[in-house]
Design a protein around this ligand. Structure first.
Ligand code: PLP
Length: 388
């Protein structure tokens, strides 16, 4: 029998990263010592007190059974407590908080709850690829929201045609932003909420990097804005804040009907997060936040090393205020993927072409700060040596 994939799978854009991976393997096979600045995955271990809590909770038979899909009351309470402390926003843990098997899970499922086939979803470009694919899986039409350097990598809402706004159900936003590292002011969130209320659009704000910010910058939550609770769901993750990418734990908060709709999808698909991992999440959110401060200081130090090095190598870039990414202008004469390939083939450095995050990412590469200072210095030296 010939196995043929469903149309929704065939429609997916080609996966650019697979090609980079192939060439990476080739270069590696030639004996080159690869410096991988491609992946957005923290290189540091999860803080010890969180691991201890997991060990303890894993031994308790109470936690071996099916968890509730929406998260244990203790976890949702810890989320509400963290949110109040961090953003000054009060949440009802009963119906304004839902646990997620990593925030990616919630982002991938939300269009199924609110987007009918043929309805439009505003998707930032460049952006986290899941926004577009989850829209397509639900039968929605992704409508590109360009993020451009001239506007601080914020979308210009005045450029969206009225005809599009009429058919738009949902809008994804993400600040601090992956891949551009841009941070949004509260005034931008206010503008987005006003637009959403006017046109009946649900805002899905991806807040995965709210805690990875430098120079005293404290990114805002959407729910700090008046009216946001009527239109917004915000996705948070423990992955980047506590070096827990492998653990699969995150949460969404906000409007109870939106949170409830996502929960209804989840009851039909998954059975929640292993309770021992939820207890570890409680330890992370309610425990001493010194580990978060340490994480910030570490990335800020790396950022300073890389930014000054790349500038002295002659590359053009803005100093990121948040995230562990540096968004670098590609030098004249290269496309994003050509420059990525150049760095990989001649210098053994893996980066991510901006175009992999959508058409509007062309002209940039993304460099992740997920290796130590020595490796970052070595990367800069190699770039200086091979030139461009
Ligand atoms: C890492 C990342 C996520 C996913 O985080 P998980 O909670 O690990 O699923 C979501 N959005 C963006 C923009 C990210 O970079």
């Amino acid at each position: 029998m010939e196995i043929s994939q469903a149309e929704r799978l065939k429609k997916l854009p080609p996966y650019l990263f697979a090609q980079i991976d192939r060439i990476k393997q080739d270069v590696k096979a030639q004996g080159v010592d690869i410096i991988d600045l491609g992946i957005g995955d923290p290189d540091q271990p999860t803080p010890a007190h969180i691991i201890e809590k997991l060990k303890q909770a894993a031994a308790d038979a109470e936690n071996h059974r099916y968890p509730s899909y929406e998260g244990m009351p203790a976890f949702r309470q810890a989320v509400a407590g963290w949110y109040k402390k961090r953003f000054g926003v009060a949440l009802d843990p009963r119906d304004e908080v839902v646990s997620l098997i990593g925030s990616k899970e919630g982002i991938a499922h939300i269009p199924l709850a609110f987007v009918n086939p043929g309805e439009r979803v505003l998707v930032p470009s460049p952006g986290y690829p899941v926004y577009k694919t989850s829209t397509m899986f639900a039968g929605g039409i992704p409508e590109i929201l360009p993020l451009r350097g001239g506007n601080g990598f914020l979308p210009d809402f005045s450029k969206i045609p009225a005809s599009v706004l009429r058919e738009t159900r949902l809008m994804f936003l993400n600040y601090p932003n992956n891949p551009t590292a841009a941070v949004a002011e509260k005034s931008f969130f206010e503008e987005a909420v006003a637009l959403a209320i006017k046109h009946g659009i649900i805002i899905c704000h991806d807040c995965a990097y709210s805690e990875v910010a430098f120079d005293g910058c404290r990114p805002h939550s959407f729910l700090e804005v008046d009216g946001a609770r009527d239109v917004c769901i915000e996705f948070h993750s423990l992955s980047k804040t506590y070096n827990m990418t492998g653990w699969r734990i995150g949460f969404a908060v906000g409007n109870r009907d939106i949170v409830g709709g996502l929960g209804k999808i989840k009851t039909n698909i998954d059975s929640g997060i292993f309770q021992a991992v939820q207890w570890a999440g409680v330890a992370a959110l309610s425990g001493d936040q010194g580990c978060v401060e340490t994480m910030r200081a570490m990335y800020q130090g790396r950022r300073d090393v890389l930014v000054s090095g790349l500038k002295s190598a002659g590359l053009d870039l803005a100093v990121p205020k948040a995230t562990f990414y540096v968004w670098v202008n590609v030098p004249r004469g290269y496309t994003s993927s050509e420059f990525t390939m150049h760095l990989l083939r001649t210098a053994g450095i893996v980066t991510t072409p901006g175009s992999g995050f959508g058409e509007e990412g062309e002209g940039y590469i993304r460099i992740a700060l997920t290796v130590d200072n020595e490796r970052l210095k070595e990367a800069v030296e190699r770039i200086k040596k091979v030139g461009f």
